[in-house]
Design a binder for this molecule. Structure first.
Ligand code: CP
Ligand code: NVA
Length: 306
């Protein structure tokens, strides 16, 4: 499939039908793996991965995905490029587009991916910023589809920080008209403009500070670390402020009988999720991690194929 957008900086860049189209294509690529229907649309193409935060899943799934699609990979960070010596982003963008066919970027500010997209002439894919994690949420929709047979018409609960993942879930809810309940401690709620956007687009959004209210009857229970990358200095304060937001068996007993538990990983057992839940029968986190590979390939194919 082709997308209307040149870049994937946030889920808002996609038409609602494109969100579902990517889920469908990722499922096809998963089924085909390296067989017929898979294809190698990135032969003779190079993709640079610029990562200024650590990564296991995103880095490996993009690298393996690019390789399976026939492309070349360059992995770099600001530290080992001239970006670390203050070469302007707009200059870097205009140089990189003379060499490579796409940029996959993990960084702090959303403005970094926006500037690279603005100044370069190649697709930019957001592999996580402080504000959004679109590729993760797109692949999580594939995991929901696989386990519950549908993505629309379900009740989704988000527990914990109103962070980059929560923002991308809000935008997925906006695209698909989802019922999304977010339970966040006071002071850790998602950005108001993103909440308002999701509501304006027709998502059913409930924001509460009561985890039980969010989880009651939900089919998808989702959480993430309480301190994201870049917030490590605030981690111990958050342990206190997020007390009561741990996804444990008692909270999970309030969810639907068929509920699945998502966590994008890495997880901090005993903080946002218990060992029993992440290792328990409702947890689909390993399928969720695997699906990153299939969704990265659907995204790369859609944005970088000729
Ligand atoms: N879920 C996720 O993005 O994991 P990594 O930080 O390991 O890439
Ligand atoms: N919210 C987390 C997600 C990690 C994949 C972070 O930004 O660190």
């Amino acid at each position: 499939m082709q997308l209307q957008t040149k870049h994937l900086l946030t889920i808002r860049d996609l038409e609602p039908g494109e969100v579902l189209g990517l889920v469908e294509r990722a499922a096809e690529l998963k089924a085909a793996l390296m067989g017929p229907g898979h294809g190698q649309p990135l032969v003779n193409k190079s993709v640079a991965m610029l990562f200024d935060k650590p990564s296991t899943r995103t880095r490996v799934s993009f690298e393996v995905g690019i390789s399976q699609l026939g492309g070349n990979i360059l992995f770099m960070t600001s530290r080992d490029s001239q970006l670390g010596r203050d070469e302007p982003l707009k200059d870097t963008a205009r140089v990189m587009d003379r060499y490579v066919d796409g940029l996959v970027v993990r960084t702090f500010g959303q403005e970094v991916v926006e500037q690279l997209a603005q100044w370069g002439d190649i697709p930019v894919i957001n592999a996580l910023t402080d504000k959004y994690h679109p590729c993760q949420v797109l692949s999580d929709l594939l995991t929901v589809q696989e386990h519950l047979g549908q993505v629309e018409g379900l009740t989704y609960a988000w527990l914990g920080d109103g962070n980059n993942m929560a923002h991308s879930w809000l935008e997925a809810a906006a695209a698909l008209g989802l019922d999304l309940r977010l339970a966040c401690p006071p002071g850790f709620t998602p950005d108001e403009d993103i909440l308002a956007y999701a509501q304006e687009q027709g998502a059913s959004v409930l924001l509460t500070s009561d985890p039980k209210e969010a989880v009651a009857g939900a089919q998808v229970v989702n959480t993430d670390v309480w301190a994201s990358m870049g917030q490590e200095d605030d981690a111990s304060r958050r342990l206190e402020l997020f007390r009561g937001f741990t996804v444990d068996n008692s909270l999970l007993s309030l969810a639907s009988q068929d509920a699945i538990v998502l966590h994008c990983l890495p997880a901090h057992r005993g903080e946002e999720i218990t060992e029993e839940v992440i290792e328990g029968p409702r947890s689909v986190v390993w399928d969720q991690a695997e699906n990153r590979l299939h969704m990265q390939k659907a995204i790369l194919e859609a944005l970088l194929s000729d």
